[in-house]
Design a protein around this ligand. Structure first.
Ligand code: UDP
Ligand code: MG
Length: 314
């Protein structure tokens, strides 16, 4: 049985790889851990893959997966998780901002603290204050309040998992920012946190530009919405749709009654008229969105996939 799999997604990180793998090798051998390093080349345009092949020829613990094109960090992690064989899976960034020295301690926390996940916390960050540190604080606060998971740093690249966790969750889009939330949905509730050392980027540049804010926010909405209403869209859209429709209908009835019985002229001259029409149209739209959502989720192949932890007598 292999002790740990270290999964590392990378995009144009040729300079860091030799140093990083050597450091990992140093840490694991001094702790007598059997290991594999899975390097996922996410469509690099530099020499990253050549470097990986070269490292592999010198060290059989190094394994590589090369994407045909750049699919993103989530996709790379997902593939790495599929391939991982170790009892405990560690993810880290390739840019050496995460320190391999943390590996033994993270592993110990999983084994002895019986955590499903231990997430790193870059308490002291060596990144730009305005483009990273402050936005990241806001995101983490929002993610905390939506998911009710008490983590300070959801998006830390350095995390440790029990094997069964990574085999159960599917990371897609840019959901790598919210892996603890995905894990919680899958039923893994024991999520711990460890303050980890963070370092300044030694080589290369960050691979996420300003779009990280927009995408991060949209993904947060998705997480929230899918988590709450993913399996029952009608309960959201149907409720608001029905309320809006009934409200519009009541206003409309009031307008009609006052026209025919109290002879108030000019129904279309009254602002309320447009309001009533709008409310009814929006209500219908929302209701339909909910109905279509239900039809889609009824057809989903996943609709009856449940994760079964144990069985007895079967
Ligand atoms: N990365 C990746 N695919 C991408 C973008 C990034 O595999 O499309 C990798 C990148 O090479 C690094 C990790 O994800 O190993 C984190 O990226 P980066 O250091 O640029 O993010 P930051 O630390 O600036 O948040
Ligand atoms: Mg980085």
């Amino acid at each position: 049985m292999m002790d740990i799999s270290i999964v590392i997604p990378l995009f144009n990180e040729e300079e860091s790889l030799p140093e990083l793998t050597e450091w990992i090798d140093r840490v694991t051998s001094s702790n007598q851990l059997s290991y594999e390093v899975i390097l996922i080349d996410d469509g690099s345009t530099d020499n990253s893959w050549k470097v990986i092949e070269n490292l592999r020829s010198k060290n059989p613990h190094v394994k590589g997966i090369k994407f045909q094109r750049n699919y993103g960090k989530s996709a790379a992690l997902n593939e790495g998780f599929k391939a991982a064989q170790g009892e405990i899976i560690i993810t880290m960034d390739a840019d050496m901002q995460d320190s391999p020295d943390e590996i033994p301690e993270l592993r110990k926390m999983i084994l002895e603290g019986d955590f499903d996940i231990v997430s790193g916390w870059k308490k002291k960050r060596y990144d730009n204050t305005f483009t990273k540190n402050i936005p990241s604080k806001l995101f983490n606060a929002a993610a905390r309040s939506m998911s009710k998971i008490q983590l300070n740093d959801f998006n830390c690249g350095l995390k440790a998992y029990k094997k069964k966790v990574v085999k159960c969750i599917e990371v897609y889009g840019e959901m790598h920012r919210y892996i603890p939330v995905l894990a919680k949905w899958a039923g893994f509730k024991k999520i711990g946190e460890k303050v980890v050392e963070h370092r300044a980027r030694k080589y290369g540049v960050t691979k996420f530009g300003w779009t990280r804010f927009v995408n991060g926010f949209l993904d947060l909405m998705t997480i929230f919405f899918v988590g709450k209403f993913g399996k029952r869209p009608m309960h959201f859209f149907g409720l608001w749709g029905t309320l809006a429709f009934i409200f519009g209908l009541m206003v409309f009835t009031y307008l009609t009654v006052s026209k025919f019985f109290f002879d108030v002229t000019g129904m279309t001259d009254r602002p309320l008229f447009y309001f009533a029409i709008l409310a009814m149209i929006m209500g219908t739209q929302l209701f339909l969105a909910g109905f279509i959502g239900e039809l889609i989720s009824r057809n989903s192949i996943e609709r009856n996939n449940y994760l079964i932890e144990q069985k007895t007598g079967l």
